[in-house]
Design a protein around this ligand. Structure first.
Ligand code: SF4
Length: 418
């Protein structure tokens, strides 16, 4: 039975609370910028904590363990989780392995009968690999470990890891004893090719269950929205198709549950399993599209969404794919680039995009035509980080639920006059 996970946020600032920046960290070079605007802002004011400080994770020092514990206890009390099979996922803006109270926090959670998952740690704070045994004794039974490579010289250089042999030793101990998901940001020419094959082969032999491959983003349209592109000069990133092929190749060669982000999961066909040919049968569960609207999405998701609307013959809906590759990271700049002659009277923008409604309404009325702007659901599919824990049926179920929400928004905001 899959355990429900409750997050214990330990706080921390990227680059500061993780022993210095990894070379490829997306928080490097972040500039002071005005908040971008988003769904959580108040209606009349652009900017809130979600699209300001939280996005940059720049103001959140590591918290003391009693503060983390009391937040967990509050969540558990308010969430009425009494009969649930629970696990606590320890994560934060800093690196979990660099949290000096990790031993104490896991031991305390263990006293309450709670097992823990160390969510996304690079392990570079583990100066002595044997710490893994103590943490396992404290009830840590799952770790998501950003490996980068099992070549310790590469880890030293790229992860800024001063004790790479020890952090890899910790990874090996975790892998041999508990559930470990490996994760690696893939930098072409650095940790792909033979280096990646060796890394996956080591992880497989140590007993790692899953591997998440993350495509390195280096430009604004790939998702660096904090004015910090490029992170690395002279690095040409994988195209989406190249990356999809890489994921397929690694999946076919190793006995690991391999998924990629932003694409692709070979086992569940996420993202957008419902768009896959052969899965048309599921589309009957999407209600009739009675409204008329333009759906704005990303370069990656847009073509999938268009295909689904085409298959369900929703002739009054068109989809515009912006240059931004990830829909949740669309900003007002992406909307500015849209050709308004292609935009209908109603526009649906991605729910979580970093655009305030005031900006969206202004941009979509620049040609003198006043348009209605609505928001779609937070997500329309699941990425590799999530889909790796799901079956294809569960992915399809989620996608149908989310697509139904999108159609509901189209039918509501884009209601046709009779
Ligand atoms: S450990 Fe994570 S947050 Fe810290 S510098 Fe590396 S990539 Fe950034």
């Amino acid at each position: 039975m899959i355990k429900m996970q409750v997050v214990a946020d330990i706080g921390g600032i990227p680059g500061v609370d993780c022993k210095g920046f990894c070379k490829y960290c997306y928080f490097k070079k972040v500039k002071e910028t005005e908040p971008l605007g988003c769904v959580s802002c108040s209606p009349g004011k652009i900017g809130c904590s979600r699209c300001g400080e939280e996005l940059k994770e720049s103001k959140n020092n590591f918290k003391l363990p009693f503060a983390v514990m009391s937040e967990v206890q509050n969540t558990l009390m308010l969430g009425n989780y009494r009969d649930q099979n629970l696990k606590i996922n320890i994560s934060g803006g800093g690196d979990v392995s660099c949290y000096s109270h990790l031993n104490e926090l896991t031991a305390t959670l263990n006293q309450f009968g709670l097992n823990t998952h160390l969510g996304y740690t690079s392990g570079k704070g583990f100066d002595d690999g044997e710490i893994a045994k103590t943490l396992i004794n404290n009830g840590v039974d799952e770790v998501t470990y950003t490996v980068f490579s099992t070549d310790y010289k590469l880890r030293k250089e790229w992860v800024n890891d001063s004790n790479p042999k020890e952090s890899l030793k910790a990874l090996k101990i975790f892998s041999e004893n508990i559930e470990v998901h490996g994760a690696s940001v893939i930098i072409p020419g650095v940790n792909d090719g033979d280096v990646l094959l060796k890394t996956c082969s080591d992880l497989e032999s140590w007993g790692v269950k899953a591997m998440i491959l993350m495509r390195f983003a280096n430009t604004t349209n790939q998702g660096l929205i904090l004015k910090n592109a490029p992170i690395l000069n002279d690095v040409k990133t994988h195209s989406v198709d190249e990356f999809k092929d890489l994921v397929k190749e690694i999946n076919s060669q190793f006995n690991l549950r391999v998924t990629g982000t932003p694409v692709f999961d070979p086992e569940t066909n996420a993202p957008f399993a419902i768009a896959k040919s052969g899965n048309e049968i599921y589309l009957q569960f999407i209600q009739d599209v009675t409204g008329e609207a333009t759906v704005v999405s990303s370069k990656i998701a847009g073509p999938y969404i268009a295909k689904i609307f085409e298959k369900i013959e929703a002739i009054n809906v068109n989809v515009i794919s912006t240059e931004k590759e990830i829909a949740c990271l669309i900003t007002k700049d992406d909307l500015e680039d849209i050709d308004l002659s292609e935009v209908k009277d109603t526009v649906i923008i991605p729910g979580r995009s970093f655009v305030h409604s005031l900006d969206a309404e202004r941009i979509f009325s620049k040609d003198g035509k006043e348009r209605i702007v609505g928001r779609g659901p937070d997500k329309l599919s699941v990425d590799g980080e999530m889909s790796g824990t799901l079956t294809e049926e569960q992915v399809i179920e989620k996608e149908l639920e989310e697509f139904r929400e999108l159609v509901q928004a189209i039918n509501f905001f884009g209601m046709k006059k009779r």
